[in-house]
Design a binder for this molecule. Structure first.
Ligand code: AMP
Length: 220
């Protein structure tokens, strides 16, 4: 696959992070997860982390100005000169426009907008049962992808954590933000012929196989 600049779209819990990590592992591309970056800022107590905290805890989107600045700075670094995946960005029309300004055609433009399609009814279970390794970031699920030992990562033996925004009340708010603010962004990419779709309501390996097919195919 030649250098690609892919954005991964889909509701919280659709599996974007799992698939992005796997694709980055196989292809060597850079994986930029805005949620992970914000959590890192929070754990380091940076100004951005403090500004984002309240929004994240309530399941609301962090304001566009903060997000755009963080992402534009990240993809301008030398390690983003080749292929990358943006996981969790853009989530609003304003972010999509700002991304276009930052990644113009001379930089190869956006090559794929991949939508991970999951029925809304599955998302609450997926999110509330999700567990993340505090050490390596691997994503597990108590029902759909359990580890062999409770609360211990199979990959690195790190302790698993339950994200505080993966509880039911906050999940409802995150899904509502997705429906009102992010879903309209899908049409923006559909209209530009960059859109491709993966059935993400399958086992992770089957989703990954489909992802490979859509990313190898000319989009349009
Ligand atoms: P995620 O890990 O992608 O589910 O993101 C966790 C939280 O970080 C979201 O609920 C938002 O509060 C914030 N966040 C992540 N990405 C964005 C974005 N592109 N725009 C606004 N807020 C974001």
């Amino acid at each position: 696959m030649t250098a690609f600049h892919a954005i991964f779209l889909g509701a919280p819990g659709a599996g974007k992070g799992t698939q992005a990590k796997k694709l980055a592992g196989v292809s060597g591309c850079l994986h930029v997860s805005t949620g992970d970056m914000l959590r890192e800022h929070r754990s380091q107590g940076t100004e951005l982390g403090c500004q984002a905290q309240g929004y994240m805890d309530e399941g609301k989107l962090v304001p566009d100005g903060l997000m755009v600045e963080m992402v534009v700075e990240r993809i301008a670094r030398p390690d983003a000169a080749d292929a990358w995946i943006l996981d969790g960005f853009p989530r609003t029309g304003e972010q999509a426009l700002a991304l276009d300004r930052a990644v113009d055609d001379s930089a190869g433009g956006i090559t794929h907008a991949v939508f991970f399609d999951v029925p809304h009814g599955s998302l609450i279970d997926r999110l509330t049962g999700r567990r993340t390794c505090s050490q390596c970031g691997a994503i597990w699920h108590i029902k759909f992808k359990p580890t062999s030992r409770d609360e211990i990562c199979d990959d690195c033996e790190g302790a698993l954590v339950h994200r505080s925004d993966d509880n039911e009340a906050v999940v409802e708010q995150r899904l509502s933000a997705y429906r009102t603010q992010t879903e309209p962004v899908l049409d923006y990419y559909r209209d530009r012929g960059l859109f491709c779709e993966v059935n993400a309501d399958q086992a992770p390996d089957a989703v990954f196989e489909d992802l490979g097919k859509v990313m190898l195919k000319e989009v349009g």
